[in-house]
Design a protein around this ligand. Structure first.
Ligand code: PA5
Length: 424
């Protein structure tokens, strides 16, 4: 089970003016308990559809059957066309699970012609699967690129191209499902009630994992177990509630308006960006308050951002994410005397000591930080992590009094762009 250590956010460690006093935390517990109860009742009444995805046997089996059905094809590359939630979740999955034996998963979340042109030069369409992931089927970026890829793959494979295209989309709403059906492409569903940033347990995340040979059953099992924990009224146990309380109190009572999400695991670099979207699009809906998420990465940002975090404005708190068990890579004997302490050390030890250095120095500077630890970075624990973050955001929606679903603020820009391009 993943764990959360919030000790360094508490007043007893970082002083009462800069951290959360025990009393404040206890008072908050009653509020959050009632929100957890509301969340549970709403789920039972059919709300928060994303939370049911890890139990959706029909969809999970459909993903497995689809991948089995294309196993005979010589697929070496998957071009995954999708943006926002339809691209960020798969990108995390690519970074964690892609390996020498799996196909290469290329996330295409851009319309930059220079990048697309380069891709077109490199791709071997005979060994490629095109996945278009767009819940609405109307998003400019993936749909433009998809039509281009569709034309190119048809030029090479003619009618066989249909077997190399799969659309992940809303089965009821939008144009993509109807288009895919008409052309004979396979489709997998994102249920109407599941928004992009909550879709990682739908085929958006599951297909990416299954194509890479990862264990989707362990992924959803991790989510289901975290679901149980997030339903608990025991605040010592409920990780999503604990994290939501820390976030809310640090922001609203101590003015730490920025939440830095900083994995000390390069394979989790994109998780920070995924979380950034989850928080920004879910909670950024009122001028009055709300956290500003910032994706960081250890150890690299020690050499770019840490100076400001240590001595600059006191407006950021840090959420570190680390994995306990790491691969063992041992350093040789080092001849340079001043660096000889590195001799025989594991690279994981070096990474851990740098994480400790950052966490301890921020704590010494009375700057709050918390740490999530994954025993191992695998399907099961990643499933727990995703599920915990999504539950946390829903609870934060209740605390901040905003609807965590929808993103009305981004619609105007989309409409203007479509109008510029000639849409009626
Ligand atoms: O979280 C969301 O719903 C959005 O960020 C979407 O993921 C993004 O706009 C892409 O939408 P679609 O999947 O409909 O192409």
């Amino acid at each position: 089970m993943i764990s959360l250590d919030i000790t360094n956010t508490l007043a007893k460690v970082v002083t009462p003016t800069r951290g959360i006093p025990e009393q404040e935390f206890r008072t908050m517990e009653n509020t959050i308990k009632s929100y957890v109860a509301d969340f549970n009742t709403e789920c039972e009444a059919g709300g928060h559809e994303w939370a049911k995805s890890p139990y959706d046997e029909e969809v999970i089996s459909a993903v497995e059957s689809y991948v089995t059905s294309i196993q005979h094809l010589p697929i070496e590359t998957v071009l995954w066309v999708g943006i926002g939630g339809s691209g960020l979740g798969p990108r995390v999955i690519k970074e964690v699970f892609e390996n020498v034996n799996s196909p290469e998963l290329i996330i295409v979340d851009t319309v930059d012609p220079a990048v697309i042109n380069e891709e077109l030069k490199l791709v071997d369409w005979r060994k490629t699967l095109v996945v278009v992931a767009s819940k609405s089927g109307g998003t400019l970026e993936p749909m433009s690129v998809f039509f281009l890829f569709e034309q190119k793959i048809k030029e090479v494979l003619d009618e066989d191209a249909a077997s190399r295209i799969v659309a992940i989309t809303d089965p009821e709403d939008g144009v993509l499902k109807a288009y895919a059906d008409e052309k004979g492409y396979s489709t997998l569903p994102i249920d109407s009630g599941i928004g992009g940033r909550y879709s990682v347990f739908s085929p958006v995340g599951l297909l990416a994992m299954q194509l890479l040979g990862a264990d989707i059953r362990a992924f959803v099992r991790g989510a289901q177990e975290m679901d149980e924990i997030c339903k608990s009224s025991d605040m010592g146990e409920n990780l999503a509630a604990q994290l939501a309380m820390v976030q809310f109190l640090l922001d609203t009572k101590r003015n730490y308006v920025i939440r830095v999400i900083m994995p000390y695991a390069t394979r989790l670099q994109s998780l920070g960006r995924w979380e950034q979207q989850l928080i920004a699009e879910s909670l950024g809906k009122t001028e009055a308050f709300g956290p500003s998420p910032m994706a960081g990465i250890g150890t690299q940002d020690q050499h770019s951002m840490l100076q400001q975090w240590m001595q600059g404005k006191r407006n950021a708190w840090h959420l570190f994410i680390r994995e306990d068990e790491k691969e063992y890579v041992q350093l040789p004997d080092v001849e340079v005397e001043s660096l000889s302490y590195l001799s025989g050390k594991g690279l994981g030890q070096v990474l851990d000591s740098l994480y400790e250095g950052t966490a301890q120095s921020l704590t010494a500077a009375k700057r709050p930080n918390a740490t999530i630890t994954l025993p191992r970075l695998d399907e099961y624990h990643l499933g727990q992590l995703f599920f915990m973050f999504m539950t946390e955001v829903v609870l934060l929606g209740k605390l901040y009094r905003v609807d965590p679903y929808g993103q009305p603020g981004v619609e105007m820009g989309k409409k203007i762009a479509k109008k510029i391009l000639g849409a009626s």
